[in-house]
Design a protein around this ligand. Structure first.
Ligand code: SAM
Length: 236
């Protein structure tokens, strides 16, 4: 049964939220074997308040985070993260049937994961920024040379906000992620806030393939939002 039929509009968010997940969640929804990428350069784009980069760096992986908001100082970005956390928790509570809560052991578990990610991100932000680990960007442009990164990860932005960003933005952003990448781009999820797959997915894949970019839709061991158990992979 398609549970989204209970709430055809899905989760209602007022804005692109400054929100993020932990490395252990990234490992699942990007189907990542980090031992394979140990001596690689990884870009997380846009990373929001995720702690993937902070945690990966602690494991000795060269990882870089970028986001529209990384020009902000620590105090302001923490206020923004707290406000958006409250916004998501309030709105997700209105559409609980769209999610598999057992993934987190219920909403309290979900909140704990979100707080952990945010705390790890916030603890790393100031030093990491000074070390060039948190870079302000405005997609669809990136300030990196061609093939600067082995692996590029893009979570919970593309396709999710397709009511706010048009097809051209999606295509140009994906081409830019591909330009700065030497091996693989992984994008998750394929669904929007309405819990439906991106309506122009076939069109997008055709456009990428016609530019001789190999694409694959890959099953991942993660399904918090019901139906969101696949990622899009671009392979060089
Ligand atoms: C939900 S967060 C990303 C979450 C994270 N990747 C994860 O999977 O946990 C979405 C981010 O996109 C950023 N963003 C919105 N528009 C952008 C743009 N044009 N360029 C770069 N980042 C943008 C927002 O600031 C926000 O932090």
């Amino acid at each position: 049964m398609d549970d989204s039929s209970h709430h055809p509009n899905g989760i209602q968010l007022d804005r692109v939220v400054f929100f993020g997940r932990t490395l252990s969640e990234y490992v699942k929804f990007f189907n990542l074997d980090l031992s394979h990428w140990q001596s690689s350069k990884i870009l997380d784009c846009p990373s929001g308040a995720a702690s993937f980069v902070a945690e990966a760096c602690q494991m000795g992986i060269h990882a870089v985070a970028c986001d529209l908001l990384f020009h902000l100082d620590t105090k302001v970005i923490i206020e923004k993260g707290n406000a958006d956390y409250n916004h998501v928790v309030e709105r997700i509570s209105l559409v609980p049937h769209l999610y598999n809560w057992e993934v987190y052991g219920g909403i309290e578990g979900f909140k704990e994961y979100r707080k952990t990610a945010f705390q790890r991100f916030a603890a790393d932000y100031e030093n990491g920024k000074a070390q060039g680990r948190y870079i302000p960007v405005e997609l669809p442009k990136l300030p990196f040379a061609d093939k600067s990164f082995d692996l590029v990860l893009s979570g919970h932005f593309l396709f999710v906000y397709s009511d706010e960003f048009n097809y051209t933005f999606h295509l140009n952003t994906i081409l830019e992620l591909y330009r700065v990448c030497s091996k693989e781009v992984r994008i998750y999820p394929l669904h929007g806030k309405d819990a439906k797959i991106y309506p122009l997915m076939n069109h997008l894949i055709n456009d990428l393939n016609s530019l001789e970019i190999s694409t694959e839709i890959v099953e991942v061991p993660w399904e918090f939002q019901k139906g969101s158990h696949q990622m899009l992979q671009l392979i060089r």
